[in-house]
Every structure is written in structure tokens, then in C-alpha cells.
Design a protein around this ligand. Sequence first.
Ligand code: 5AD
Ligand code: SF4
Length: 452
Amino acid sequence: MPDSKLDTVETPAVPVLKKLHIKTYGCQMNVYDSERMAEAMGGEGYVLTDSPEEADMVLLNTCHIREKAAEKVYHELGRLRPLKEANPNLKIGVAGCVAQAEGEEIRRRMPLVDMVVGSQSYHKLPAMTRAVDRGEKPVDTDFPVEDKFEHLPERPVQARPTAFLTVQEGCDKFCAFCVVPYTRGAEVSRPVARILGEARKLVEKGVREITLLGQNVNAYHGEGEEGTWSLARLVRELAKIEGLDRIRYTTSHPNDMEDDLIAAHGDEPKLMPYLHLPVQSGSDRILKAMNRKHTAAEYIRLIERIRAARPDLVLSGDFIVGFPGETDQDFEDTMELVRKVGYGAAYSFKYSARPGTPAADRTDAVPAEVADERLQRLQALITQQQRATQEAMVGRECFVLFEKPGRQEGQWVGKSDYLQAVHVKGENIRPGTLARVRITASGPNSLAGELI
Ligand code: 5AD
Ligand code: SF4
């Protein structure tokens, strides 16, 4: 029998929390930015939800790198329309690179959008949300002189043993196909002391692996003691933090791969033997047209030097096929470069013309069917190399940093030094356990192993 007295007891008043749903597109830097935005909105009483249906505010953190990425955003906004109709108080915000690039245009095309916050304005998000409450529709796509991260709240407890840390933003390279120099602006490096402070706090909260992020991370030149520091110097200083076991960085440009960074790969044990070093094409003619400012041979020579410093290094890269004017021979040169280098992982994309970039003005587009066929051939070669790299791990021993439970009972998933996912069974494993593992089998996307 239900107790009627209990039925009438009022539940104690709890502060009303509002719910925020963030959908993140694109690169790791957006993942980091989304975390920082969630933290900033935490101060406004917002907690995260996975479900847009129950959210009071939906933020799309967007990517503008390829046409499809930008179109996805408009598609997603269309899908939010019924939610907004059902709940007119639902706030919808667009952040990230599409916001930066299109600004006001987004609101013209999608009137349901309440605010547009460019990639350098996240610290203004709470104030912009309050402006929406007052009935305004703010758009902020300035490139402020101040560092947005210094105006964002301190990072709260980290649930995971791995974390991203943005050290540099923007790019001055102006590759002919790329919107990043326009959407993220010129290269800016965060000061050394801020980065070390953020890293130490992350480690205090249980983080054991930090990935330093930047659109051009190895161009890092932050102010530190005695002047400007290179990425290598920053890595060596971070390596002194007790409890931090692993350091990674991404994404790098071949022309900024300085001697001191190569040396660090050889003698800094905490710097992990995995490097994402995009080359985009193996044809000198196309590299020149892309404004990459290096040749295929220079790239290969560079790889040889890094591998001389760290022979077990696993390499990853990015490729664009079907850049305007790319001939069969140019594409064969790319295939040849991939064969010579041998990648452990690589990402390949069909060229997509981005408004405002120099390559978008070219009239010698490669027919879509030709680009499709090239993409398929390149991806098949990359997949084959990826499998070979994984299979070569079988029988070897390596360290694994465990992150979360696997699908099977008692199973845990972590990452090898080479960033491969590894499944292991073990009773004493916890998130953050770093253990030696013998690799026993290789699947399509991950490895299996046992504790030693
Ligand atoms: N078309 C296709 N791919 C592109 N990338 C950047 N811009 C374009 C474009 N316009 C790819 C590059 C880059 C990766 C992040 O995205 O390979 O390294
Ligand atoms: Fe874009 Fe080139 Fe800069 Fe990379 S280096 S962000 S591809 S302009």
C-alpha cells in the first residue's frame, strides 16, 4: 500500500539545471573547444546532455574544411527545426569554423539560429547566451587580440586519462586549397607558462597522456623564460611533469619539422613514436600548385631523418586527390610516395573547392569519376599498409594506456604507444593503468593482447 503521507511530501528544492547538447564536427581542436565551451556554460547552470530532444540549448561546433563538412551543418540545422517549433525557448547556436567563415549568412539562411559564435570568441558564449535571453541574436566572428583560453574557466575534473591541450591556433601557410588561414586566422601560440599550468592541473586530476594541439603545432613559438620556445623545448619541459607518462602532438607541417624536434623523438621517452605529418600529394608539380613549399623528395628525406632518430616511428598523413590539374602521372607519383613511406594510418580526401581559397578559381577541375577512382585506389593502398603495420605488432610487446572497459566482460581498451587500439582482459586494470602488453592478434581496426 502506498503511504499517502509520503505521496504528498514535497521534494526539496534543487537548483534548476539547464541542459546543453553540443555536436562536434571536424578535428580534435574542435573536440577540445567543445569541452571548453561546455565548461564555460557550466558556470551558467548548464549540464551536458547526449540528447538534443531534452536540451535547452544546442550548439553545433562546426568544420569548414571540405564542402561536405559545411553542408552537414545546414542539414543538421534543418533537423533541429521541429525541436525549435516544439520548444520556442530552445536556443540554437552555431560555433566553429563555419560560424567564423559565414557569420551573418548562417542566420539569413537559417533564421532558427539564435547565435553565431566564431572560433575565437568562445569566452563570450555566456554573455551571448544572456543576450539571446534578452531577445537579441548575437553574431561574433572577431579575431580578438586576447587569448580566448585565458577568459575561459579553469578545467574541471577530467574523467579520462587522456586529454587534448591546444597550444597553438591558426596557420600562415596558405596552402592553395585550405580555408584554415581564413577561418582560424594567423598563427598564434599560447605562452609557455599557461600551457605548463594547464598541463600540471590536468595531471593532478589524473591525466596521464596529453596531446598538444595546433593547426600547425610544430610551428609553435610561445613566449617562455628567456624568450621564444620551440615545440621541442615545450615537450621537454612537459616531460618533466611527474605523473605525465605520454606526450603527443598534432598536426604538423613538414617545413616546421626542426632539428630539435627530430632529436626529441630520439631521446625523449615520453614523446610517443607516432607522427601525423601530412604531405597531401607526391607530385612536385601539384605540391607547387598547392603552395606546399617542399618537394616529394624533401619530404621523404625528412621522414628518413625522423626514422633515423626513432626507428619504430609510425607515420600518418593526409592526402588530397583530384586537385585541379592533377594528371594520371601526378596521381601515380602520390601512390609511389605512399609505397616508399609506408604509413601506419592515413586520411585521404577528394579535393573540394572552398570559396575564397586560391585553388577555387582554377578552371581545370578533375572530373568527379576520375577523382573517385583515384581516391579508391589510394584508400586501398593505405588500408593495406595500415593492416600490415597492425599485423607487424603481433608477437611484440608494448605499453598500453587503458581508457575504458571493452564490450566483453572483464575486457579493457587502451592505446598502444603507436596510437593503436588494444583490447586486453585483466582484473586490476583501471582507466589510467599503463601496463606492458604482449600483442596476440590483429583485427581490422584494433589489436588484442595480454598483460605481461
Ligand atoms: N579539399 C579536400 N581536402 C582538404 N583538406 C583541407 N582542405 C581541403 C580541401 N579543400 C584536407 C587536407 C588536410 C586535412 C585536414 O583536410 O588533407 O590536411
Ligand atoms: Fe591548411 Fe596548409 Fe595550414 Fe594545414 S598547413 S592548416 S593544410 S593552410
